[in-house]
Design a protein around this ligand. Structure first.
Ligand SMILES: Cc1ncc(COP(=O)(O)O)c(C=O)c1O
Length: 375
């Protein structure tokens, strides 16, 4: 699907371009459908801002321009109906460092975390890497209470949820907010996928937008990276309404965080300022790709699947087929391993690519499945 303005069809050669997704299997005939970036060019406005910067040719230290702050504040108002203050923002080179900083800034050494399972691997790894007790909560659970221990002092949300692509409802979030209030918990909400709710009528509801208490106990992490396919430009933002938490967070950053990537700042501003029409067109393409995937899945009822409400990843339950990552790699498709997300027997398929590439990957996967069935 393409519009005169935006091209989501023409393949872009990414081999030999220092791409994490493509370099790993560059020498082999393997389609990379794993790590979560898309094989689409960034919005034209982003490309233009970057082209102008490259033509100037000066890449000195960057500073947050007021235009970037204004444009993000406006984005939150327009996209999520969330009124935020400019001073709540702390800019970061990535969401993952923000998760670690939030924990170190706010939690005592023995304080524990609760995280959903399955979940994006760096969230699962927070317990081990920050040397803190971690409890896992089944990602479909709406009441986290039975899973918490006396040590639990923070909830880490992945909202919308990667890898399932499911979106917590207002009622789910309110239940979590009530629990956080009763137990005085910090809520670290990773909302990197906020803009990729696939129903164009559905609006993301930030946890912190629920009520003033939720805001005060929250650290929300967002970024333009998934939305506009600019993950390589290292730009993210923490939204910390409580001034004391903000001071502790900034203190934690001292000497530990690199300066913001200059090109990332320019790209983020252009994306939030001028990227809304591109994003709407992207969602159409992602929905078409999901339709294509669902159509393909009709031939494979053994594969468990719930259509994601958000993201560009599909979480496939392959336990009944007994096929694993290696089987599909040998068949020429690289998928993300379910185990890394905390659940064996699943694989995650990234469908953020031109539909011809998705089709090629699905054909290869079909051959792997048919070979297994024929045995
Ligand atoms: C839930 C979630 N958080 C964070 C990230 C990555 O964030 P960053 O690259 O900004 O560190 C991803 C990437 O897939 C993700 O899915």
């Amino acid at each position: 699907m393409s519009t005169p303005e935006f091209d989501f069809v023409t393949p872009i050669e990414r081999r030999g371009t220092a791409s994490l997704k493509w370099q790993r299997y560059e020498e082999q005939d393997i389609l990379p459908m794993w790590v979560a970036d898309m094989d689409f060019a960034a919005p034209p406005a982003v490309q233009k801002a970057l082209r102008q910067a490259v033509e100037r040719g000066v890449f000195g230290y960057g500073e947050i321009p007021s235009g970037l702050i204004d444009t993000f504040v406006a984005w939150c108002a327009e996209q999520y109906h969330w009124a935020i203050e400019a001073e709540w923002l702390v800019w970061l080179p990535g969401v993952v460092p923000g998760l670690h900083l939030a924990i170190e800034a706010e939690l005592a050494p023995e304080a524990g975390l609760a995280v959903p399972q399955p979940v994006y691997p760096p969230i699962r790894q927070l317990g081990r890497l920050r040397a803190r007790p971690l409890v896992s909560v089944p990602s479909e659970a709406t009441d986290w209470t039975p899973y918490l221990t006396d040590a639990t002092q923070a909830l880490v949300l992945c909202h919308p949820h990667n890898p399932s692509g499911q979106v917590a409802t207002r009622a789910d979030l309110e239940q979590l907010a009530q629990l956080a209030l009763e137990r005085d918990l910090l809520v670290i909400s990773d909302e990197i996928w906020a803009d990729l709710l696939l129903d164009p009528q559905q609006r993301h509801l930030p946890f912190a937008a629920l009520n003033p208490d939720a805001a005060a106990r929250s650290i929300t992490l967002m970024a333009p990276s998934k939305t506009f396919n600019i993950a390589g430009l290292s730009c993210a933002v923490a939204i910390i309404p409580d001034p004391e938490r903000r001071v502790r967070f900034r203190r934690q950053m001292r000497g530990m965080m690199p300066d913001m990537n200059y090109l990332g700042l320019l790209a983020a501003q252009a994306a939030w300022q001028e990227g809304a029409a591109w994003l709407a067109a992207l969602k159409q393409q992602l929905n078409a790709n999901l339709d294509q995937l669902e159509h393909w899945l009709q031939d494979y009822p053994e594969i468990g699947f719930t259509r994601p409400q958000a993201t560009f990843v599909a979480w496939l339950d392959l336990r009944q087929l007994g096929l694993n990552e290696q089987d599909f790699l040998e068949g020429g498709v690289a998928l993300s391993l379910g185990e890394a997300f905390g659940t064996d027997g699943y694989l995650r398929l990234n469908f953020g690519c031109p539909s011809a590439q998705l089709d090629a990957a699905l054909q290869r996967m079909a051959r792997v499945i048919q070979t297994r069935r024929g045995r």
